[in-house]
Design a binder for this molecule. Structure first.
Ligand code: ADP
Ligand code: MG
Length: 363
């Protein structure tokens, strides 16, 4: 068992405040992904958990034992980096065995552990090869194998797939997920790639500028984003935002500005009390906009949809789907539809927005 509790963690480089009072509890056996834009502090967080980076204030505990002062080698952690950091003159077996040899593990136990790891990672046939005789994906597998042989309580990964080409990255992603399912060990994984975060994580911590914006399941991050930053970071193409205000004459509505009541939504009470009335952003994902009324009726519960009038201006074909850009009240919004739907450009049409899927943000 290995959970990680982090309390009020801070890191400065000189005057720069890099990690800002972060609290997070990483559950035992979880696959927790730290995701966010470049420079948001992901690697720094991971390196502090590993003990490779000093912390300025706060507390990190593993299994309720404070590890602030503990050497990296005593934390029972294995870390895998983007650069595989293999020894070029050692073959695969020796690369995977090195940590065990340094710990003076008996030879037959080393043999057993390396072969076990090689089996999990399908490296059995490559044990005699040097790193330069392997593909990028195989090298990364050796680096992961080296982590597995150490039998750590926690695996830490820092963008391990970033050096691989797109196809291999998707394959390795699936292998990592299987590895987690097999080993059932706590894993903390850093990436800037939202798709990797969504597909791998049991929990996602979305980082922005040294803070965690939202720490949640992938489903909640996607469906109930707590901030515009989260809503915008996750999903491809990204969520559409429509600015508007709430008006209140007997019934309460959200009105898109300049809309002449064209796009109005009756609001539920909780929205009205929790949000500022004057200026709101309404968020709607491209896949929650429908081209035909009957599609919206089929999908939206209680026929809870709104009709908006738009002009299609651009069509991007992506195989089974098409992403269409529309002009809506002078701004661009995107919709995602099946490729089988024929959409004529530059001719005004109606679209149908699933109101069960919209979000509101103060801004
Ligand atoms: P991420 O992994 O999310 O891309 P990092 O944790 O590597 O971000 O870096 C967070 C911030 O800290 C960045 O602005 C980076 O420039 C800064 N930083 C990282 N390491 C150092 C260092 N050794 N000295 C000064 N600034 C650093
Ligand atoms: Mg990084």
């Amino acid at each position: 068992m290995a959970d990680i509790k982090i309390k009020k963690l801070n890191k400065f480089y000189g005057d720069l405040h890099i990690i800002k009072d972060i609290d997070i509890e990483i559950e035992d056996k979880s696959f927790t992904v730290l995701v966010g834009p470049s420079g948001s502090g992901k690697s720094t967080m991971l390196r502090m958990i590993a003990g490779l980076e000093e912390i300025n204030s706060g507390e990190i505990s593993i299994d309720d034992k404070i590890v602030n002062k503990l050497d990296p080698k005593d934390r029972e952690i294995a870390m895998v980096f983007q650069s595989y950091a293999l020894y070029p003159h050692m073959n695969v077996f020796d690369n995977m065995a090195l940590g065990l040899k340094l710990k003076k593990t008996p030879k037959d136990e080393i043999e057993k552990k390396v072969h076990e790891a090689a089996k999990i990672l399908q490296l059995n046939d490559y044990l005699d090869r040097l790193p330069k005789q392997l593909s990028g994906g195989q090298r990364q597998r050796v680096a992961i194998g080296r982590a597995i042989t150490r039998d750590p309580k926690i695996f830490l990964f820092d963008e391990p797939l970033s050096n691989l080409d797109a196809k291999l990255r998707v394959e390795m992603r699936r292998e990592l997920k299987k590895l987690h399912q097999n080993l059932k060990t706590t894993m903390v994984y850093v990436t800037h790639d939202q798709t990797e975060a969504m597909t791998l994580g049991t929990k996602i911590a979305l980082m922005n500028n040294g803070k965690i914006e939202q720490y949640d399941t992938p489903e909640n991050i996607y469906n109930n984003p707590k901030s515009i930053f989260v809503a915008d970071f996750v999903g491809s193409p990204p969520m559409n935002f429509i600015r508007g205000k709430i008006v209140n004459n007997n019934k309460k509505y959200f009105l898109a500005k300049n809309a002449d009541n064209e796009f109005q939504i009756q609001l539920s009470d909780d929205v009205i009390t929790s949000k500022n009335n004057d200026s709101l952003l309404l968020g709607i994902r491209p896949e929650h906009i429908f081209f035909k009324k009957e599609h919206a009726v089929r999908v939206s519960k209680d026929d809870n949809f709104a009709q908006i009038s738009v002009v299609p201006i651009l069509n991007e074909y992506v195989g089974h789907e098409q992403i269409v850009t529309f002009n809506y009240l002078g701004q661009e919004i995107l919709g995602k539809f099946s490729s089988s739907i024929l959409i004529e450009m530059n001719k005004e049409i109606n679209l149908y927005v699933d109101l069960n899927k919209i979000c509101f943000f103060e801004n």
